[in-house]
Every structure is written in structure tokens, then in C-alpha cells.
Write a protein of this length. Structure first.
Lengths: 349, 349
DNA sequence: GGCGGCTGCGCAATCGATATTGCTTATCGA
DNA sequence: TCGATAAGCAATATCGATTGCGCAGCCGCC
């Protein structure tokens, strides 16, 4: 590495091989059959290119062809089991298609989301997958103006196709399991099931509440507002709220529907202070899955969303050229307590 | 969206504003002061550009400037707490610098690693962060040939700067905690501490074994090969191995050093079949952190690697232009049992 | 009133690839 | 032997931005 000489271009290879740049381009891009180049010419050019360590400049190619061969996805955050599973599937399917995946997290910040979509448009990504955006329609409008095909994942948008988890069904199934396991108790207050976490305006939360309602109204009568503890997703808030609830009703509720893993973390923050026998009087379920959460001091029913199916359907919609706001729902899977290492993404390292 | 008219370019804006393309370029790129454009001209151009929904074509800019404003990182997989935390930090620091982060996972497949590095070189990323590569030196050579500054993270390379976790120190501290908690037992076989998971040729594993040795050789005499169960990272293998061990020595060992979360998952796969009282006779520690793993049926000491410090130091090295293979070690943090929601990345959603 | 300097902007080349068109030579059938 | 085809390649324009250079107008000053 004495000479930091610039990377060779097709012009360099052309000079070295005695061919013209257009011939070199065709030889190296695979278009040489269509251009009727002699195979020996092609082989020679490829030999020289390899020798010189040539690699194509995607910026130049992209500029000329008006396509970047990149696909973008935005997610709220990387550091989350569910979203990182989405990323993993998104990436695998992008690679299958010879596209370069670009995954950006926006920390649920609307301004960051807008900036990120602008950036991805500037880089001319060919499709955009939008997972869990705070403001789908603004983003959709931006994509529309830029003529960028896009699809919503996990949280639906109003003006483009969406593929979401079947939150209603998942919540019904989870609630059903909680109901089955709920101990009978003479205590009126503790006999009910509670839903904790999320925000009412959130699409997923409201669908899940519907599922929760559908099950418990049938068995226990009307679900009161008091049973829905919509304290957001932060562990800290959840810890406070569950502590307050336990104090109010004098112990753990007979049923508890936890709306996300981060909320569950908070709930555990309170549980850690309770004696093990406290849990015997409570049936607990969590929407979302974590192998460790599946093996706590007490049994927990969990729901695992089908990330690879979500992403696969999203690709299908995009590639079919769908632009109308259809809504595809994918059923999640119920995971029995104490189930571990059934990772959705095959072998882990 | 009746006319899918192409996105406007500076030429369109030039026509509409009556200015020349170069003036438009300067006005929109921020270079207008240096080019002594009148502020009123600039404002007018910006107004028209905004009105037309102009957004810059980064492929064209990148081609001309020979820089893409993208930074690349390769990681083994997204769907992993540690690596996704690295991603999150990597991305945040990229954004701070006005760069577009591109994170690719390679599933620990050497061929995929090479293909991915080639791709990133083709897209002209400005720096490359390489985390946990199977073959650092090959990748380093490719970057060298392409004149691409790069840095290794988590797993050191021989021919470029590296920032890694201080595995030796972390393992010593974790081993120290295990030692403190180890119950005395008359049973010779079960009195020892065991190390499970990883592969001997893996850098991190071998450093951690050194740390494990340093502690236990002082207290319990020579560590035998039988105490080091290097069964890779797959949960399945770990489950088999821990079961075999427990069978061989007639119960849980007095101390257990688990080398990664995935291995821990496997270990739990066996533990799930044991009665709760079995754990009283064993002190357990796990290298790596998961909030749920921190709250199991038994106390677990955990180690959390300092992802944001790792990434921050890596950026520093790259930006200082370091190319020599220096090795920077970052101390990880010991997390006491039953510690939850202290996420390294601030507020979670 | 000529000259230097500043202001404000346009011209044209350029980055590295691709796509279109066209120009030579064989090849071939009649 | 001649025109028609086709094979094999080169020339050149182009994608959308940046950038070095240059040019006109104006001001002030000796």
C-alpha cells in the first residue's frame, strides 16, 4: 500500500486491455452476450479487471441507470427483539433479490422519520418499508411525491399497502390462555384481568384491547377503564403502574395481559420485590416473545409475531406494484410458557 | 399523482428560477456563501426548490465528489442484543456526523462477508466498521486495496485498528463474583467451576477463558480441560452439553460461567427440567446481558459490554486517520443479579 | 479616465458508468 | 460477384450534480 492510487475504473481497464470503455462495461456487467462480444475478449477483460482489483462504482451506475439497487427500511429502533427480527428478514429477502438493504432507526421521533425518509429518497432507494412510523401519512405523501413505492409493516398507513400482525386475533388467543389459567378467587377486586402498557391512540394497542375485551367481556362482563392501564411502553412507568395496581387491589390480579416486552421489563421490576408464592394467584401473558422471559419464576404465555411472513408479504405487495391501501394481516403464534430456543430465524451463532 | 413526472433536478429549478444550474447547486448545497451568491437569489431558489419538492440526487453528488456520505458496518446478525446495541450506537454517531449508516449482517458466513464488503466498497462507503468477522484479515486486505479506512469492533484484526471489549477483565470480574457465591460442597466433582460455550479459536472466548483461569487457578488449582466445555454458540449444543455435565458430576456444578446469551438459552433448556431447589447449590454468571435473563428463578451475574463506548472509540480512531493495528480495550460492566431496565440506550419506546 | 478589485453569476468540464448508434469486416446465398 | 446479414466492437451522448475559471458591471481612487 505504498501508492494509495485511486481505484481503477473501466477506463483504466480499457486502456490496459486495448478495448473500449463500452466493451469493458459490457464485459463486466454481464451484458456482453446481448452486445455480441466474443467470449475470449470478455474473459481477457475480466482477467485484467480481477488483477487490477476493479470493482464497479455503484454511484455512477446508479446515476446512469436511474436506479440504485438499494432498498430502505425504517424501524423505530434496532435494539429490540421484534424490530431486529424484522430487519433480519428484510435483509435476507433483499439479498435474495440482489438489492442492498439500508435499515434506519428513527427512535419514534417524527422529525427524524421525515429526515430519514428524505435521506433515503436522496439515495434513490427503490422501495421503502416503513415499520412502526409515528406519522405514516406524512411519510407516505413524501414517498408519493418522490414516486417511491412503499409499504407499511406492523403499523398500517392510510395511503399505501400495509402488512400488519393480526393483533386482534393474537390478543384474543393470548387472552384465552390467560382466562384458562386464571385462578378462581373470592376477592372481587383481584378476580379481574388487567391490560397493561401501550397508548390508546396506537393502532396495535387498540386492536389488542379489542381482542382482550372480546374474550373477557364474554366471561367476566364489561371491561372497565380501570382494567386498561395505558401507561406507554417505558419500563419505568409500567413498574410504577403495576405497583400502584397491586397496592390498590391488594395483590396481583388474577389475569394480566402485558402489552410489550419493555412493559414486561417494568412489570418485572415490581415483581422482583414479591415473594415467589405471590405469582401462584395470577395468570400472565405477554404480547411479544423473548426466550428468557419465557422462563421466569412463573409461567408466561407469549405471542410471537411472524416477522418473516410479514416481510415476505410486504415484498410481494411491492413487487406486484400495489399502491392501493390494502391491509394484509398475518397471524402471530402463541408460545406456551417455558418454551425456549425456537428462534424464528434459524440457527443462531 | 396523476402524472408520475420525474423528480425535479437542479436543471428544472434553474429553468424555473432563471438562474444557472451552478447557481442552483450552490444555493441548495450551502456553498453559496463561498460562491458569493446574493442572499435574495438563494432564498428565491430555495423557495422554488421547496415548492417543486426538489431533493438532491446523492448518486450524482457522490459521483462528482467521490464521496458517498455513507458509513458501513457489518455485523454477524441483527437479531441479537449485543449486536443490535452496537448498531444503535453506530447509527446514532453516524447521524451526528451527517453520514448515512448502512448496516449489513453476514450471518457469520465468510463468503457473505466478502460479498458484503465488496458491495459496500462499490457503494463507496467512506468508512467501514467490522464487528465479529470470521476472517478479519481478508476483509482488511480488501479494504486496503480499495483504500477504505476501516476499524474492527469486538473482534480484533491484525492489519487495522481494533476496539474490543476487555474480555479478560470482564471474565475475571464475572469469575470473581461466581467464586464469591459458590457454595462449599464436600462433593469433589461438583465443587469446581465450569466454563460453557464458545470455540477455542475465537478471540473473545480465549480471552475469557484466560480470565476464568486467572481467578479459579488461584482458588481451586489448575483448571482442567474437562472444565472448559467449548460447544460453540448454538443453544441446542449447549443444552446437550450441560445435561451431559450434570449427569456426569451428579448435579449442577458449584460454579458456571456461561459464555453468551445464546448458550445461556440452551442451558436454560436443560434447567427447565430441574426442580427449583437444584439451583441453590450453584453460582451462575453469564457473559452478556439481557434484562429478562437477569430475573430468572435463580440469581445470575451478568456482564454488559459497553457498546456506545466501543463505537465512539472506533469513530475516534477512524477520524484520526489511524491505520496501524492498535488495540483499544473497553471495560465491560458487571451487572448484579436481578437488575433490570438499565438499558444502555436511554429511553425505550 | 484608466485601473484594480469586488460582486454576482454563467460556462463548460468532469465524475464513472451505460445505452444508442454507427462503422468495419467477415460470411453467405444466389 | 454482389448485395444482404451478422458479428464484433468503438464513438458519443447522457445521467445530475460540483467546481474551476472567467466575464461583465460597478465602485473608488489616484
Amino acid at each position: 500500500m505504498i501508492l494509495p492510487k485511486a481505484k481503477p475504473t473501466i477506463y483504466d481497464i480499457a486502456r490496459l486491455s486495448g478495448a473500449s470503455p463500452s466493451t469493458v462495461s459490457a464485459a463486466l456487467s454481464g451484458a456482453w452476450k446481448a452486445r455480441r462480444l466474443r467470449e475470449s475478449t470478455v474473459k481477457e477483460i475480466q482477467r485484467i479487471a480481477a488483477e487490477q482489483g476493479y470493482s464497479i462504482n455503484m454511484q455512477a451506475r446508479g446515476l446512469r441507470q436511474a436506479r440504485s439497487r438499494m432498498v430502505g427500511m425504517i424501524i423505530p429502533l434496532h435494539d429490540n427483539r421484534y424490530f431486529s427480527t424484522l430487519s433480519q428478514s428484510f435483509e435476507a429477502l433483499a439479498r435474495e433479490r440482489g438489492l442492498c438493504p439500508v435499515i434506519a432507526s428513527t427512535l419514534r421521533d417524527p422529525a427524524e422519520e421525515i429526515r430519514t425518509v428524505e435521506t433515503l429518497i436522496s439515495y434513490a432507494v427503490e422501495y421503502l418499508f416503513i415499520a412502526g412510523a409515528t406519522d405514516p401519512d406524512t411519510l407516505s405523501a413524501m414517498c408519493g411525491a418522490a414516486n417511491l413505492p412503499h409499504v407499511f409493516v406492523d403499523l398500517p398507513g392510510r395511503s399505501a399497502p400495509s402488512v400488519v400482525s393480526d393483533n386482534f386475533r393474537g390478543a384474543m388467543e393470548l387472552s384465552g390462555k390467560i382466562l384458562e389459567d386464571m385462578p378462581g378467587t373470592a376477592d372481587q377486586l383481584r378476580a379481574k384481568a388487567y391490560f397493561i402498557g401501550g397508548v390508546a391512540s396506537d393502532y396495535a394497542t387498540s386492536r389488542r384491547i379489542d381482542g382482550f375485551r372480546a374474550v373477557f367481556e364474554k366471561s367476566h362482563g364489561p371491561v372497565s377503564a380501570e382494567q386498561l392501564i395505558l401507561c406507554g411502553y417505558a419500563p419505568q412507568a409500567a413498574a410504577r403502574e403495576i405497583a400502584a395496581l397491586c397496592h390498590r387491589i391488594g395483590g396481583l390480579p388474577a389475569g394480566l395481559f402485558v402489552n410489550s416486552l419493555t412493559v414486561f421489563e417494568g412489570v418485572l421490576g415490581h415483581f422482583v420485590r414479591l415473594p415467589p408464592e405471590a405469582f401462584a394467584q395470577s395468570a400472565i401473558g405477554c404480547y411479544d416473545y423473548d426466550p428468557f422471559a419465557a422462563f421466569l419464576q412463573f409461567p408466561v404465555h407469549m405471542v410471537r409475531q411472524n416477522a418473516s411472513r410479514l416481510i415476505a408479504r410486504a415484498y410481494e405487495l411491492i413487487e406486484a406494484g400495489t399502491t392501493e391501501p390494502v391491509l394484509v394481516e398475518i397471524s402471530p403464534d402463541l408460545i406456551p410458557p417455558r418454551t425456549i430456543y425456537k428462534e424464528p430465524f434459524g440457527e443462531l451463532g
